[in-house]
Design a protein around this ligand. Structure first.
Ligand code: TRP
Length: 432
């Protein structure tokens, strides 16, 4: 559980979610995102976890092992596509995580009285240096195979992060301008909830935030003990993930309006979010500045905790191709982690050099297109290909009364028909 929630909780919650809220009219997005997480993402999370715990292998081997003779090729392809998508996601994730480390570094140098401007202003050198640093940390952890130790450590830090965010939420509520943010956040405009672009953003956010559609949760499922009740574990992870995202929204959305009140330009004249990827870096530092001397310490704590949250997620992405290189190709874990990691770093550097051209494109291709489609394939395998008895047998581990449960009455048919059809329908509707 620690591992799966460490993977799920990351930049997606605190960096990604508020951006999507801010660019989709506030509460309407929050509402749609929560609904889609429960009705579409959670069932797919369960599909990944159950395949993973059963097969206990990398994603290609796992998919092949639940396939029949005819679906073998498709199973392997799903595994490869997931690996590629995990790598693409890591390539942009590490850039943003690097910005987090840079801001932590900036707070540190200000604390000792030096000037922090290089750390907190955008430049290619800054992005590349900190992205590389983030890769070294990620690769180092994956190479030494101590991922589970890190997870335990990070679950101890998680309460600190939550407490910090709650205190900041309370602090910001007292500043002028915040109430306008609360109004936008908490009052859904229900006429917007069916807008295709909002629904697509909510769907991809739900998948991204739960680390779905690449095989991360499959690999992590293989670490879960047979004595765990899987549906319950999955539900806990989903609820925690939503909880942290909603909390982060309570911080960033009011902070945005406070910043706007103080003259920071957030939306352009057409009402579109300016520099959306940098939203929290524009908004939060100006918030910390209002705190006087304590601001630097709060800022340091915040960005260090964010960097760690990003690290427990990035290791879960790198783990997907590394598990394959290790398990199926027979490379040592160390070699696998360094070779694959450096290859993905090279791609990140390419993105940094062509930020305007590549960044949004890679994000959208991976999160709006690949993740949902691979999710559909996972549903297809669990719903149509995998033998029902084996599936039930796996779910009964840790939950002997599974057969009589509500979960077993609904979920198998649900991932067979409703879930893939609904995801496909939403995708088609948004792209056409
Ligand atoms: N879910 C993580 C977050 O919210 C990111 C993440 C980790 C991820 N592993 C993934 C996203 C696999 C997609 C696929 O920050």
């Amino acid at each position: 559980m620690a591992a799966a929630s460490g993977s799920a909780i990351g930049l997606g919650n605190i960096w990604g979610f508020p951006i999507k809220v801010a660019s989709n009219g506030g509460g309407a997005f929050v509402f749609t995102y929560i609904i889609l997480t429960f009705i579409l993402a959670y069932p797919i999370l369960m599909a990944e976890l159950v395949i993973g715990r059963h097969a206990k292998a990398d994603t290609v081997k796992s998919m092949v092992s639940i396939s029949g003779p005819k679906s073998r090729g498709l199973g392997a392809m799903t595994g490869y596509w997931g690996m590629l998508t995990a790598s693409l996601i890591l390539s942009f994730y590490a850039i943003v995580a690097g910005w987090m480390i840079a801001h932590a570094g900036g707070s540190l140098v200000s604390l000792v009285g030096l000037t922090d401007s290089w750390f907190i202003t955008e430049s290619m050198s800054r992005s590349i240096i900190f992205c590389t640093l983030f890769f070294v940390l990620t690769i180092g952890i994956v190479a030494s195979g101590v991922a589970s130790g890190i997870e335990k450590w990070s679950t101890r830090l998680m309460p600190i992060l939550i407490l910090l965010i709650i205190s900041l939420v309370i602090y910001i509520a007292t500043l002028p301008g915040a109430s306008a943010g609360w109004a936008v956040y908490l009052q859904p405009d229900f006429s917007k909830v069916t807008e295709p672009s909002l629904v697509l953003d909510a769907l991809s956010q739900a998948f991204f935030s739960l680390s779905l559609g690449v095989g991360t949760m499959m690999v992590y499922g293989s670490y879960i003990s047979k004595s765990e009740n899987l549906p319950k574990l999955g539900a806990t992870v989903a609820c925690m993930d939503i909880g942290i995202a909603v909390l982060a929204g309570m911080l960033v959305i009011p902070a945005m309006y406070v910043a706007q009140h103080n003259g920071v330009v957030i939306y352009d004249e057409a009402g579109n979010l300016i520099e959306s990827g940098r939203l929290i870096f524009n908004v939060l530092p100006s918030l910390f500045e209002t705190m006087g001397a304590a601001g630097n310490i709060v800022s340091l704590l915040f960005f260090v905790l964010m960097s760690i949250a990003a690290l427990t997620s990035s290791i879960s992405m790198l783990e997907v191709p590394v598990a394959y290189a290790n398990d199926s190709l027979g490379l040592s874990r160390k070699k696998a982690a360094w070779y694959v990691g450096i290859a993905i770093l090279a791609f990140s550097v390419l993105i940094v050099f062509n930020m305007d051209l590549l960044f949004d494109g890679v994000v959208n291709f991976a999160t709006q297109f690949s993740e949902p489609l691979i999710g559909i394939l996972f549903c297809f395998f669990v719903g149509w290909v995998w033998k029902r008895d084996t599936l039930l047998g796996e779910l009964k581990e840790g939950c002997p009364e599974m057969q009589e449960s509500f979960f077993w009455k609904v979920w198998p048919a649900y991932v067979r028909f409703i879930c893939p059809t609904a995801v496909l329908a939403l995708l088609v509707r948004s792209f056409i």
